[in-house]
Design a protein around this ligand. Structure first.
Ligand SMILES: C[S@@+](CC[C@H](N)C(=O)[O-])C[C@H]1O[C@@H](n2cnc3c(N)ncnc32)[C@H](O)[C@@H]1O
Length: 238
């Protein structure tokens, strides 16, 4: 694994979005709103982005509806619910905020999708094996929309937090697994640089581009990564 002072690990200024307190407060309010008026709360990066990721999975010949799928930092659970609506049957969401997990369970059961499993767990826990049950299993598909972004904004040593995150993702995936990551903070090149030791680019989900100051770019980066052959070979031998 790369050293923590590697140039491939640029750091952002920390922000409250990188703290558990922020998410607990956010989901505390969202639980209240859901109970009061049935509002499910924020889908990060919008519904269209969520649907594009779901479309990609639905159209991938290599992913079957009974493959185990985990959504990392599942928030209000809407990504799992979207996939359940499309026929995927083995869905798990994990989030370190108990209030997010409470919200996602309420939203899912109110929409008739009580079969989705939601569990509280910390993706950057140093404990190995992770005490969170769903983080000790293997998945064909590992999804992240906005969670690596949040972890990157953690106050303190966010570089080592990201290295823990990377180790968790690797541990969770089957050797032929797919990792879908959607970010608004990191560019395609930065994501590929960070994950390059263990993952290679398989596909990219394209979004509408915007122009600003003569530069054309996309608001979000969404990549589909697979484990590199040498890593999967080692996994199969152990
Ligand atoms: C930007 S929100 C994205 C929520 C959801 N994925 C979506 O797209 O709507 C980031 C989520 O990551 C969760 N999170 C942040 N750090 C985490 C960690 N170390 N372990 C588990 N969940 C974490 C937060 O509680 C929050 O739900």
């Amino acid at each position: 694994m790369a050293a923590a002072d590697d140039k491939s690990l640029p750091d952002f200024d920390s922000s409250e979005l990188g703290t558990k307190e922020f998410w607990d407060t956010t989901y505390g309010k969202e639980v209240e709103n859901f109970n009061d008026i049935g509002d499910v709360g924020e889908i990060w990066f919008g519904e269209e982005t969520m649907e594009k990721v779901a479309d990609w999975l639905e159209n991938c010949a290599d992913v079957h509806t009974d493959d185990p799928i985990i959504d990392l930092g599942s928030g209000n659970g809407m990504m799992c619910i979207e996939l359940c609506k499309r026929g995927f049957t083995r869905l798990t969401g994990v989030d370190y905020s108990e209030l997010a997990v409470m919200l996602s369970k309420s939203v899912a059961s109110s929409e008739g999708f009580g079969n989705i499993e939601f569990e509280t767990g910390d993706l950057i826990s140093e404990e190995r094996p992770n005490p969170c049950t769903c983080l000790t299993r293997k998945y064909k598909v590992v999804l992240d929309k906005g969670t690596y972004d949040a972890i990157s904004l953690m106050p303190g040593d966010s570089v080592s937090a990201r290295m823990h995150y990377l180790a968790t993702v690797k541990e969770l995936m089957t050797s032929d697994g797919i990792f879908s990551i959607t970010s608004c903070n990191w560019t395609k090149d930065q994501l590929l640089e960070f994950f390059k030791e263990h993952f290679t680019l398989h596909d990219e989900i394209k979004f509408k581009t915007i122009q600003f100051g003569g530069v054309t770019g996309s608001t979000y980066t969404s990549l589909i990564l697979k484990q590199t052959y040498s890593d999967t070979y080692v996994l199969q031998q152990t």
